[in-house]
Design a protein around this ligand. Structure first.
Ligand code: 13P
Ligand code: SF4
Length: 368
């Protein structure tokens, strides 16, 4: 389901105004109390891009892959209050049992990239690809996609990927078919295929709005078809940002998320998932200097945790991911108070057939 459909659903509830007037201390004390009371029947996974006020209450933090893994493993929690965005909560629902309830504290926490590929566009694209290339294409979807897209990919023999296993999964895909369709993030697709040795002139962009290829070469040579989607946060890191950092601090290393453009990744020193970025800085020597190109809540947290290193955001004017930021302490508390009363507000429930097909794509990834 994309964000618009979510917002149109009248069953989704909004947090009462009164929560906005509680003090941080009051809210924190209540969250601690409810967590203690509910014990293992409550599980709170938190993505690295969540605000500090929320992440401090997470039972498990991680990148998209880790959060999918911990959700799949947890069999004891009745309630999984997912602090992340909608597609992550959908993935958790698909990977958990029928009687586990996955809740997103604010239904407006979508992901603009995931909404850049819908089923109608994908089916149209697939028809054109089948006609043009025959049965030579395996679809891969970044987990930042709706459950319906994961189901489509699963039904067609493909798999999901995250930023931490994209290389492995693209390598695997090429053992299955001659070509891949990578959706919805053109940048992760391009960066990954390029690292695996696919030349840029063998990658065509598919524009789902015009329903056409954006490609100047010979289509017969194409190995990777990149869906024209992107992350509206990571597209704000530019080649100019890199030039500025290089000019001001030549000994500063630059590390970015692979949702950044090819040009930005190529000029950086390193690129990887949120977990990879965190691990790299954790393992870096005292006194080292870093410019980080990813979401601001995470960059700020890394800066706070490493006073012994000089760390900046690659783009000094960056904002946090606005949809990740929808989950705040008032929403977390409101959700937990409902759970405590046995009420399930804002449950994420993927329908049975979609789940059945999507799990094929997710399991192909989790088995690697
Ligand atoms: P990670 O899997 O690297 O945590 O990335 C998730 C995401 O949404 C990045 O924008
Ligand atoms: Fe989606 Fe980008 Fe936000 Fe990640 S940072 S959740 S890809 S909009």
């Amino acid at each position: 389901m994309n964000l618009l459909d979510v917002l149109k659903n009248e069953q989704n509830q909004m947090m009462p105004e009164s929560y906005k007037y509680l003090s941080m201390e009051e809210m924190e004390a209540r969250v601690v109390e409810i967590k203690e009371k509910m014990g293992k029947s409550l599980f709170i996974p938190g993505h690295h891009y969540q605000k500090d006020e929320v992440i401090k209450f997470a039972d498990s933090t991680g990148d998209s892959l880790q959060l999918a893994q911990v959700s799949a493993k947890n069999k004891e929690a009745k309630y999984i209050v997912f602090c992340g965005v909608h597609f992550m909560a959908e993935t958790a629902d698909i990977l958990t049992t029928e009687d586990q309830i996955v809740i997103l504290p604010d239904m407006r926490a979508g992901c603009s990239m995931a909404d850049m590929a819908n089923m109608e566009q994908t089916e149209k694209c697939w028809d054109v690809l089948m006609e043009r290339f025959g049965d030579t294409i395996l679809p891969l979807t970044y987990v930042n996609s709706t459950a319906a897209i994961k189901a489509f990919v699963g039904k067609n023999g493909g798999a999901t990927v995250t930023s931490s296993n994209a290389k492995e999964m693209v390598e695997w895909a090429f053992t299955q078919k001659k070509r891949i369709l990578f959706l919805p993030d053109q940048h992760l697709g391009r960066n990954t295929a390029f690292d695996l040795g696919v030349p840029l002139d063998q990658m065509a962009v598919w524009n789902p709005i015009t329903n056409q290829f954006e490609f100047e070469g010979n289509l017969d040579d194409v190995k990777v078809i990149l869906w024209k989607g992107h992350c509206s946060v990571h597209e704000n890191f530019t080649v100019n940002n890199i030039k500025e950092v290089r000019a001001a601090k030549p000994d500063m290393r630059i590390i970015v998320h692979p949702e950044c453009s090819r040009e930005v990744v190529a000029l950086s020193d390193d690129a990887g998932s949120t977990k990879y970025i965190i691990d790299t800085i954790n393992n870096a020597p005292t006194g080292s200097k870093w410019a980080i190109g990813t979401e601001m809540n995470l960059v700020k947290r890394i800066i706070d945790q490493h006073p012994d290193k000089e760390i900046i955001s690659l783009n000094q004017n960056m904002c946090p991911c606005l949809t990740m930021n929808r989950i705040d302490l008032p929403h977390l508390l409101w959700t937990l108070e409902n759970v405590e009363k046995g009420l399930t507000t804002n449950q994420i429930k993927v329908d049975e057939q979609t789940s059945k097909d999507a799990i094929l794509a997710l399991e192909r990834m989790l088995q690697h």
